[in-house]
Design a protein around this ligand. Structure first.
Ligand code: SAH
Length: 382
């Protein structure tokens, strides 16, 4: 047999799929639930240790399935309590996951793709190109690794309280796997997180925001970073396809399907001399006010200002502290809920926009192969 290719990795199955898998084995639903509790509540990956599951069933599970989390290549703790893992997904590919403890809550920043294809100009992940989507197992596996490390027990000790899909990749371009993983994060048989404590962040794929509203129930964050199309297109090429007005309308539709009182978070990374002038703040305030009017309630928008985190080779710089405060004040004075994200974990390159992992970039590699061939060189793998 060629390794594990024929085994079902149970981390790939949400509750519905687990129940279907057990039904196929001729087993009752509650057996699926027992196994989920072993996996997610007790962090057990060995069927042999599942003492309330009969021996015969354990043996059949071993023949058909496995419980395989991503491998930890290394983990690193920051002086401020932030913790980063580099998780190996397959040969040459690895992603980063970051845990950020903060006054009674703990947020895990989870990756959705190996690399990213969107090419946002100020993001370190973009410099690496794109390799592939992560599977459900590889996404929920990140939460599992962190929860195991933290000794987390849902309902007993809630140190991991929030998940944000703000790691490497664009989660809406890996829709199905991300939605399944987010369902496991919120399932009582999984990590039992409240819906509003799981946040998906997107650079603004309008049609997929509508699909998300239909198929999942999580908090939405949108990476805005500029108050007008000319500047946003420079920073985020995707804006050419889905300009700000269309993006705002999709966010209004998203909120319309949710419980009243929830907000969309707009992320705005402040870069010195690029998007941090008082006029930008005023333009952003007007955009947010118009959005709240359309959504028909005040506080439908929250702005989260992120001081830019530098990485090697970037042409951007972080705005000064005073500029950040002045920018925030203009928004607050205009009645827009605005917070400033504290920079965490930058001593271990774990801050927003600094995640790199390890990406075997297919597109770029192929291009460099071609160039080498054209120059008559013998190509070598990256
Ligand atoms: N692709 C999704 C998920 C990634 S979230 C999205 O764009 O929303 C990562 C967040 O960090 C985004 O808001 C992103 O714009 C922001 N970010 C990227 N690079 C950054 C940097 N160098 N400094 C600060 N924030 C950055």
């Amino acid at each position: 047999m060629t390794g594990n290719a024929s085994l079902v990795n149970l981390f790939d199955l949400d509750r519905t799929a687990m129940e279907a898998f057990f039904a196929e084995l001729g087993e009752k639903r509650f057996r699926a639930h027992q196994v989920m509790k072993w996996i997610y509540h007790r962090h057990v990956t060995d069927f042999g240790q599942m003492t309330d599951v009969g021996k015969a069933l354990r043996a059949r599970l071993e023949e058909r399935a496995e419980i395989r989390p991503p491998g930890v290549l290394y983990d690193k703790a920051s002086a401020d309590g932030t913790h980063k893992w580099l998780l190996g997904m397959d040969a040459g590919n690895a992603v980063e996951t970051v845990f950020i403890p903060d006054r009674g809550r703990g947020t895990l920043c989870v990756s959705s793709q190996v690399g990213c294809g969107l090419n946002c100009q100020f993001c370190s992940t973009a410099t690496q190109g794109f390799n592939r989507n992560l599977s459900t197992a590889e996404i929920i596996g990140q939460v599992w690794i962190a929860a195991r490390h933290l000794g987390n027990r849902p309902h007993i000790e809630r140190r991991l309280t929030n998940v944000v899909m703000m790691g490497m990749g664009e989660p809406l371009l890996n829709f199905d796997a991300v939605v399944r993983a987010m369902s496991l994060m919120r399932d009582d048989l999984g990590f039992g997180l409240a819906n509003k404590r799981v946040t998906l962040s997107t650079s603004g794929l309008v049609p997929m925001i509508d699909r998300l509203a239909e198929e999942s129930d999580v908090a939405l964050a949108v990476s805005l970073h500029a108050p007008n199309d000319a500047l946003r297109t420079e920073l985020i090429p995707l804006n050419r396809k889905y300009p700000i007005a269309e993006l705002m309308d999709a966010c209004v539709r998203y909120l319309a399907r949710k419980r009243r009182g929830e907000a969309v978070t707009f992320e705005y990374t402040l870069m010195k001399g690029v998007n941090d002038a008082p006029e930008h703040a005023r333009e952003l305030a007007a955009l947010m006010r118009a959005f709240c009017n359309k959504a028909q309630y005040a506080d439908a928008a929250k702005v989260n200002l992120i001081p830019f985190n530098p990485f090697p080779g970037t042409r951007f710089e972080r705005s000064d502290e005073a500029t950040v405060r002045a920018f925030q004040k203009i928004l607050l004075d205009a009645g827009v809920l605005t917070t400033v994200r504290r920079t965490r974990g930058d001593d271990i390159d774990a801050a927003c926009g600094q995640l790199k992992g390890q990406v075997m970039d297919r597109t770029r590699r192929q291009a460099s192969f071609r160039r080498q061939l054209e120059k008559g060189e013998r190509p070598h793998a990256a």
